[in-house]
Write a protein of this length. Structure first.
Length: 231
C-alpha cells in the first residue's frame, strides 16, 4: 500500500511540476525554464533528496511514457489539414528526409568513434535525431540502450530548438518550408514545437518530416546495424 501511495504521489507531483513549468515558461521564455529542461531537473532533484527509488517513481508513471506515442501521432492532424503544402513540396521533402536520416546516423556514429566512445553509446547515438517513440522502437534492432537513447533524444531536441533560429539566420535560410524541415529532421518534437511558434507552415512541415524521419529510421534500423557494425 505504501509503494502504491508513493508512486501515485509521484504521478501527481510530475504533472503539477510540468504544469507550473509551462506557466513559468509562458511568462519568461528562457532556455533554462523550458519544460524539457527544467521539469526533468526538478524531478531528478526530488528523487535524490527524498531517496525515492527509480522503480517506485516509474511504477505508475509508465503510462506517461506510453502517451508519447499518441501525442506524436496527433501531429498528423495539422499535416492532413494542410495537405496542399505537402503536395507542392513532396519531392524536396522526401529527398530531405532520406538525406537527413543518413547524415544524422553516420555523423553521430563516426563522431562517437572518433572520440573513442564505447560501442553501446555509439549505437544509442545512432537514433538520437528522431522522436522518442520511434527512437525506442529503433533502439532494439540497432542495439542501443533505451535509457541512453531517451537521454540523447531529449538533449538533441533541446539543443536543436535552442540554436535552430540562430543557425538559420547564420546561413541565411528564410523559407518557411526549409526551416520546418530542418527543425523536424534535426530536433524532432522539441523542434516541431518551436516551428509551430514561428508559423503554421513551418510547424506542418516539421511535423511531417519528424514522422517520416522516424518511420524511415525504424525501417532501416536492421540495415543500419549491419552496415555500421558489420553484424
Amino acid at each position: 500500500m505504501r509503494d502504491f501511495a508513493i508512486s501515485l504521489l509521484c504521478v501527481v507531483v510530475t504533472i503539477c511540476i510540468y504544469y507550473l513549468n509551462k506557466r513559468l515558461y509562458a511568462r519568461w521564455r528562457t532556455l533554462l525554464l523550458m519544460p524539457l529542461v527544467m521539469t526533468p531537473l526538478v524531478l531528478v532533484a526530488m528523487i535524490v533528496i527524498t531517496h525515492i527509488t527509480w522503480q517506485d517513481y516509474i511504477a505508475d508513471n509508465h503510462w506517461l511514457l506510453w502517451l508519447l506515442g499518441p501525442a506524436t501521432l496527433a501531429f498528423a492532424v495539422p499535416v492532413y489539414e494542410n495537405i496542399e503544402i505537402i503536395k507542392r513540396h513532396w519531392l524536396s521533402l522526401s529527398a530531405g528526409v532520406i538525406t537527413a536520416t543518413l547524415v544524422s546516423v553516420v555523423s553521430s556514429v563516426w563522431l562517437a568513434r572518433l572520440l573513442m566512445l564505447p560501442e553501446s553509446i555509439q549505437r544509442s547515438l545512432a537514433v538520437r535525431s528522431i522522436t522518442t517513440p520511434f527512437a525506442l522502437a529503433a533502439a532494439k534492432p540497432v542495439g542501443g540502450q533505451p535509457d541512453l537513447v531517451a537521454l540523447f533524444v531529449v538533449i538533441t531536441g533541446v539543443f536543436g530548438m535552442a540554436v535552430g533560429d540562430l543557425l538559420f539566420l547564420r546561413i541565411a535560410i528564410k523559407q518557411g518550408v526549409a526551416k520546418g524541415a530542418g527543425f523536424g529532421a534535426a530536433s524532432h518534437g522539441a523542434g516541431t514545437a518551436r516551428a509551430y511558434q514561428i508559423g503554421q507552415q513551418e510547424g506542418v512541415v516539421s511535423s511531417l518530416v519528424m514522422m517520416l524521419a522516424g518511420v524511415v529510421t525504424v525501417l532501416l534500423a536492421p540495415v543500419i546495424s549491419h552496415v555500421m557494425w558489420r553484424v
